[in-house]
Design a protein around this ligand. Structure first.
Ligand code: TYC
Length: 126
């Protein structure tokens, strides 16, 4: 049977949608692929840390700019996080639900690439 599986990380059990479970009525405007397994009590979306990694080439000022722009830090906070990453190799920029964390990682990586800096950013389950 043809089954689609959602990999949303906030669902510990995949939501299985059977293609054959088409319950369209005579009007034909009902949804196709009805979820056949749902949670009585939905789990809270799990949280993900956005991590910044150190490198030898990205200017400190650029990292501070990134932290202000995408993580809404003030200059003092951004400088503290940047220096932490510079000294320890990795640091937390923020903790967010999966989709938001993923968007932030992509925004940072795109911005760094556009400016030809090798700055790396990644996700980790909180
Ligand atoms: N190590 C870099 C330098 O000396 C600064 C830096 C800090 C780079 C934090 C990346 O995530 C970073 N220019």
């Amino acid at each position: 049977m043809n089954v689609r599986v959602s990999f949303r990380p906030d669902l510990s059990v995949p939501l299985r949608c059977a293609e054959g479970d088409d319950t369209r009525g005579p009007g034909g405007d009902d949804q196709i692929g009805i979820a056949t397994k749902t949670r009585a009590k939905p789990k809270k979306p799990s949280q993900f840390k956005v991590l910044m990694l150190n490198d030898d080439y990205t200017p400190m000022e650029f990292v501070v700019m990134v932290l202000k722009r995408f993580f809404h830090m003030d200059l003092e906070q951004a400088t503290r996080v940047m220096l932490h990453v510079h000294q320890r190799g990795v640091g937390v920029c923020g903790v967010y639900p999966y989709e938001i964390a993923e968007t932030k990682v992509n925004q940072v990586m795109d911005f760094a690439r556009q400016n030809q800096h090798p700055l790396q950013c990644t996700l980790e389950k909180a």
